[in-house]
Design a protein around this ligand. Structure first.
Ligand code: GDP
Length: 311
C-alpha cells in the first residue's frame, strides 16, 4: 500500500519511471539476506524508501507475534545493511506510531520513545520498528562522516487508502469496517459488529499524504533535518493532527458506505491502546501538511475497495 503510493508520488513529481526500481515479494524475498545483498550489489540504487514490512491489525498482531517480530527485524537488518554495503547514501525507514508507550502523554512527541511500557497487543511489532530506527541511527553515527550516509526514519500514524488489506480478520480497523459495512449493506443485514468498546481513539492518515511526507523528508537538506532531530532521537512523526473514537469512525464509515442499520460492539475483542495521536510539530515545522480529510479519504478508500471486489 505505502510503496505503491510512494511510486505514485515520485511519478507525479516528475521522477522518470525508469529511475524507480521496485521489487514485489515474489521477485525478491527481503528475509533472504543473500538475495537482498545480491539485489543491491547489482541494482545501483541511490536512495531507498524502506516501506516493506509485515503489517496487520490488532488481531493479526495479537495472534502471530513471532511472525511480526521476526520478519520485520530481518527485513530491516537485511535491507539497511545491504544498502550500506552497496554504497546507498540516503535511506528512509518507515516505522509506526505503536513504537510509543501505551500510556504516553497525548499527542505523542518523538521524545516519548523508550520512556515506558509498550501496548501488549503489538509489542513484538513495535520492538522491531524501534530496532529499525536504531539501525538507521547507529549506521549514521558509525559511518555517517566516513561514508557520507544519511539514513532517516518517519513514524506514520494509522494509514489507510488504496491498496489496503481488506481481510476481515487480519486487517486494520478502516479496511475491516469498509468490508463489513459493505457486505452487510449488500446482504440487507440489520446490524454490523464493531470490535471492542468503541471508545479507543485513533488518528488516521490517507496513504498518499504519507507518501508525500516520505518524499518531503527524503529531500530535506541535511542541515534542516539535523536542526530538528538529534543523532539518537532522529525519527519524525507523520500524523494527520486530529483523532476520532472508533465509534465515530464506525458512524462515518457507515455513512460513506451507505449502511443504514445498527452498529453493535463486541467487547470480547481487545481495544488495544486507549489513544494514539501523534504530535507532528517537527514535520509541520519542516514544511509538510496533510491534504486529505478523513471523510474524503474514506470515500476514496471505499471506491478502491469496490473496484477491488468488482462492486
Ligand atoms: P491498532 O491501532 O494497533 O489497535 O490497530 P487496529 O486498526 O487493528 O484497531 C484499532 C481499533 O479499532 C481497536 O480498538 C480495535 O478493537 C478497533 N476495531 C473495531 N472494529 C475493528 C475491526 O473490524 N478490525 C480491526 N482491526 N479493528 C477494529
Amino acid at each position: 500500500m505505502v510503496g505503491s503510493a510512494i511510486v505514485r508520488q515520485l511519478l507525479a513529481q516528475g521522477v522518470p519511471e525508469n529511475d524507480i526500481v521496485t521489487r514485489t515479494r515474489s521477485e525478491l524475498d527481503l528475509t533472504n539476506q543473500a538475495a537482498v545483498r545480491a539485489f543491491f550489489a547489482e541494482a545501483q540504487i541511490d536512495e531507498v524508501y524502506l516501506a516493506a514490512a509485515k503489517v496487520g491489525g490488532i488481531h493479526a498482531n495479537n495472534t502471530r507475534p513471532a511472525e511480526f517480530i521476526y520478519e520485520n527485524l530481518v527485513i530491516e537488518a537485511n535491507v539497511i545493511d545491504a544498502a550500506f554495503r552497496s554504497g546507498v547514501k540516503r535511506l528512509l525507514f518507515l516505522g509506526s506510531s505503536c513504537i510509543y508507550p501505551k500510556l504516553a502523554e497525548q499527542p505523542m512527541r518523538e521524545d516519548a520513545l523508550l520512556t515506558g511500557t509498550l501496548e501488549s497487543t503489538n509489542e513484538p511489532y513495535a520492538i522491531a520498528k524501534i530496532a529499525g530506527i536504531k539501525l538507521c541511527e547507529s549506521y549514521n553515527r558509525q559511518y555517517g562522516e566516513s561514508h557520507g550516509i544519511d539514513y532517516r526514519s518517519v513514524m506514520p500514524t494509522n494509514l489507510y487508502g488504496p491498496g489496503d488489506n481488506y481481510d476481515p480478520e487480519l486487517s486494520h480497523v478502516i479496511p475491516g469496517l469498509i468490508r463489513r459495512f459493505h457486505e452487510s449493506k449488500e446482504q440487507g443485514a440489520p446490524e454490523v459488529v464493531v470490535w471492542g468498546t468503541g471508545t479507543p481513539r485513533r488518528e488516521f492518515l490517507y496513504v498518499d499524504d504519507m507518501a508525500a511526507a516520505c518524499v518531503h523528508v527524503m529531500r530535506l537538506p541535511k542541515s534542516g533535518y539535523d536542526k530538528h532531530t538529534e543523532p539518537m532521537l532522529s525519527h519524525i512523526n507523520v500524523g494527520y493532527g486530529d483523532d476520532v473514537s472508533i465509534a465515530e469512525l464506525a458512524t462515518l464509515v457507515a455513512r460513506v458506505v451507505g449502511f443504514e442499520g445498527d452498529i453493535v460492539y463486541d467487547t470480547d475483542r481487545p481495544d488495544g491502546t486507549p489513544q494514539k495521536l501523534l504530535d507532528s510539530t517537527r514535520l509541520n515545522s519542516l514544511g509538510w501538511r496533510p491534504q486529505v480529510g478523513l471523510e474524503e479519504g474514506l470515500r476514496r478508500a471505499y471506491a478502491d475497495f469496490c473496484s477491488s471486489v468488482g462492486a
